[in-house]
Design a protein around this ligand. Structure first.
Ligand code: BGC
Ligand code: NOJ
Length: 812
């Protein structure tokens, strides 16, 4: 069952009812100022860091679902309603929410009044602009009142939700004209404040929550709104808010438009004040002047759309499959941008006060984003590498505001160092910019011990190479990609963090998965060594990689008989082997070893993937392991803490489904690669939204597995490495347009009935117009013709002097 539909022409998902199974959200902003916005106008706003500089409050896990947002109330006679339905939940005559690329539009109609809003964050500004247009579609004159409402957060969202003894006394505001200034803590150490304004004279305002809502009321029934008159309250402590009142008369057929701006303003420390305790408002006024007419808002909105036109023109496909077209051309790339910006910090499942930027997460997010804005990818790589330790280990997380490693979590995750190679290699393959390897990059943010990025990569590889266990496999440390395989943790006390409890590194517990990464990214590192003329290092690395390849295929180490082992625990026992009672087979090493090319020649690759299909497949996607753990295993850690079928314990972890799909393309099985792709693909799961429940236009992290009560139900939408990996899968492996160090390669692997298709790809400044004749073939390039000339192999030789290149590919 669907709750809306795709509008591909406008790049929008159109939600037709506010009563979606879960809040369906969108993100506004792509640089420093961000808002989350749900299909009922819920959500919140922050500047740079969702924990430290939160502008508006949100209440996670409260009831009714999705508490707090940026609301407009319309009072028309005795009826009070919201264009987005919440919070009053007054039944609307018409409702529509259009989530677009960096903006959201709402339409609510009640008793002949139509309210339409458009919310977006301008490309280069620290504010959210909302234009609200009200129209009288009835035949009588309407006298209505419009009320806005936001609740300020006292900046540090964590402290804001805990430290009431202080926070109930610190709130301060100013009001000037139609602008409400939130200035809590500005009198002391802050030099920033927030504003909420409207470009029209107001009848009244409120800035104290109690006055607006009334004691013992909710946002669903604010007393001042129902009374038809805000009280001009000035907050003093407690909970400051911003609410405007506009009294509006509309003749039949008449429309009026209002622009609301919610902004973040910083002043130089020496220029904080206009007079004694009166804040300097000049920069705020300058910001507001930029959006005070419809024409200016139109221009800012056009700029946003043009930016996205440009970005989304870099990779486009035209195939006979609409679902593939819409995911590739619009939503998958959009989600990649959002995950790159947010890492795992702020969603409806990540509270914004928990995790900062993940080392491995950010490196992987880059894989799906690097073609869009390579400059920012470059900067991100340097930021990430700057948190690395001298011996090659890495901080697992860092704070976006300070860019410093997070010492609460610390280091010791066995896979982290290798992801840095993955991100850097992707950047250079995309851009050809090898100068990044010569950049001097600090260790642990200490510039006095800086080395080149190339040296950082050498230490990444070297760390894993020199930290092996009894089977000569890489040590797992605190965990590898699977954060819940905590083989050295052995925790028995409730509440201990599985990720940080126990020694960061045991000498025994090993990861076969990291072995697969070692092969994949060892090879990519060796290629970079070649590029830099470091032939000895390249040879040394390839030797280690070849040895690892053998270890992975060895039935006394990485191979179990019909699939790859997952790991060895701290007693040296197998994890993910046929001899295990539960957790016999895991998805990660099957996908990753095969995509790295391990076992392709020996046939073990195909055997491993056949085992995946046999043991892990479901109609909703491929599960992470089977059989699920039914009891807690202290020697395995968090993986066995989840009830069967959820999360890492036999859930369908969408992130590693593309690994399996890519692995299938490596052995040439296009039908199966696409079957795996389809199962978790939002454009396909849209049809079962009542089961899947999360947004049908983007991926979620986890879908409940076959053992779970709610098999097929998604959770943790938006911020997941699934976005990057599915885009890599569909764009580079299934459609097959893969950036190599020497140029674009075209080697599709598609289902037999996929049909001909074409891809437009802007790459290193050249536009490639690629058309593929499929001939009913799943894999194999019979002919590659570049501007009419036949070329051997699958790589289009890169020629910077050409602006456009026509490429014909004949499969066969
Ligand atoms: C989750 C993992 C996540 C980890 C991060 C665990 O509780 O299950 O998916 O990576 O927390 O700390
Ligand atoms: C989510 C985390 O963000 C990611 O780093 C991890 O790899 C997966 N969970 C699997 O545990």
């Amino acid at each position: 069952m669907k709750f809306g539909h795709f509008d591909d022409e406008h790049r929008e998902y159109v939600i037709e009812t506010p009563k979606t199974p879960l809040p369906w959200i969108n993100y506004l902003g792509s640089k420093e100022f961000f808002s989350l916005i749900s299909n009922t106008c819920g959500g919140y706003t922050f500047y740079k860091d969702a924990k430290l500089l939160r502008l508006t409050r949100y209440r996670y896990n409260d009831v009714p679902m999705d508490i707090n947002g940026k609301y407009f109330y319309i009072k028309d006679g005795d009826t009070v309603w919201n264009p987005g339905w919440k919070p009053t939940q007054t039944e609307l005559d018409e409702y529509e929410c259009r989530h677009g690329i960096g903006y959201s539009k709402f339409k609510g109609v009640k008793n002949g009044v139509r309210a339409e809003s458009l919310a977006f964050v301008p490309v280069n500004d620290n504010c959210e602009v909302t234009r609200l247009v009200v129209t009288n579609d009835s035949s009588v004159t309407k006298n209505i009142s419009i009320f806005s409402y936001v609740e300020w957060c006292l900046w540090n969202a964590d402290d804001d939700s805990r430290n009431f003894q202080r926070n109930f006394s610190t709130g301060e505001v100013e009001v000037k004209g139609s602008t409400i200034y939130h200035k809590t803590e500005y009198r002391e150490r802050r030099n920033h404040y927030a504003i909420y304004s409207v470009n029209a004279p107001i009848t009244a305002f409120d800035t104290a929550r109690d006055s607006f809502l009334g004691l013992y009321h909710y946002a669903a029934d604010p007393e001042a709104v129902f009374n038809g008159k805000l009280t001009n309250s000035m907050a003093s402590g407690w909970s400051p808010i911003a609410a405007h009142q506009l009294d509006v008369t509309l003749q039949p057929g008449e429309s009026k438009s209002y622009v609301f701006v919610l902004g973040y303003i910083e002043n130089p420390v020496e220029d904080k004040w206009e007079s004694h305790n009166v804040i300097n408002k000049k920069p705020a006024e300058a910001m507001l002047a930029k959006y005070d007419t419809d024409a200016k808002v139109d221009a800012a909105f056009a700029e946003l759309n043009e930016q996205w036109d440009k970005l989304l023109n870099i990779y486009t496909v035209d195939s006979s499959n609409d679902k593939v077209n819409r995911m590739v051309n619009i939503w998958n790339q959009y989600q990649c941008m959002v995950t790159f910006n947010m890492s795992r910090s702020a969603s409806y499942y990540e509270s914004g006060i928990g995790r900062g930027m993940g080392f491995r997460d950010s490196c992987q997010d880059l894989l799906g984003f690097v073609h869009l804005i390579p400059d920012r990818a470059r900067e991100r790589i340097i930021d990430i590498a700057s948190t690395q330790f001298q011996d090659g280990r890495a901080y697992h997380q860092y704070q976006p505001l300070t860019k410093k490693g997070n010492s609460d979590i610390g280091s010791g995750f066995g896979d982290d160092p290798l992801w840095l190679i993955a991100g850097t290699s992707a950047y250079i393959r995309e851009t050809g910019d090898a100068t990044i390897l010569d950049e001097m990059v600090p260790f642990d943010n200490d510039m006095s011990v800086a080395e080149t990025l190339m040296e950082h990569l050498r230490r990444s590889f070297g760390y894993v190479d020199t930290h092996r266990g009894p089977h000569n496999l890489p040590l797992i440390g605190r965990a590898d990609w699977n954060d819940c395989l905590n083989l050295n943790c052995h925790s028995v006390q409730p509440g201990e963090s599985f990720q940080t409890f126990g020694p960061s590194e045991g000498p025994v517990a090993e990861s076969v998965f990291i072995g697969g990464m070692f092969v994949k990214y060892g090879n990519e590192y060796a290629d970079l060594c070649d590029l830099k003329g470091l032939t000895d290092e390249a040879a040394k690395v390839r030797k280690s990689v070849a040895e690892m390849n053998d270890i992975l295929l060895d039935s006394n180490a990485g191979w179990d008989g019909e699939w790859f082992v997952r790991a060895y625990d701290s007693y040296g026992n197998k994890v993910g082997g046929n001899e295990c009672e539960e957790g016999k087979i895991f998805i990660e090493p099957q996908g990753f070893c095969v995509l790295a090319g391990v076992g392709v020649e020996s046939g073990q690759a195909q055997q491993a993937l056949d085992s995946v299909k046999k043991h892990l497949d479901t109609k909703y996607g491929v599960m992470i392991l089977q059989p699920a753990y039914t009891v807690y295993h202290e020697e395995l850690g968090e993986v066995s803490s989840y009830p069967p079928g959820y999360k890492e314990n036999a859930g369908i972890f969408c992130h590693n489904n593309p690994w399996v799909s890519i692995a299938e393309t490596v052995i040439g099985r296009g039908d199966r690669a696409f079957e795996v792709y389809k199962k978790t693909c939002p454009a396909y799961t849209e049809e079962i939204s009542e089961i899947h429940r999360t947004e049908p236009y983007i991926y979620c992290q986890m879908v409940a597995g076959a053992d779970a009560k709610f098999h097929g139900e998604g959770k943790n939408s938006w911020l997941t490495g699934t976005a990057a990996w599915t885009f890599v899968n569909i764009s580079q492996y299934i459609l097959g347009v893969y950036p190599t160090l020497n140029g674009l390669s075209v080697d599709p692997c598609v289902p037999a009935d996929f049909g001909d298709f074409s891809v437009k790809r802007v790459y290193r400044g050249v536009e490639y117009d690629i058309s593929v004749k499929q001939n009913g073939v799943q894999k194999g390039v019979k002919e590659l013709i570049v501007d009419g000339v036949k070329v051997e192999g699958t790589v289009i030789p890169y020629d910077a002097s050409r602006k456009t290149v026509k490429v014909e590919v004949v499969m066969g």
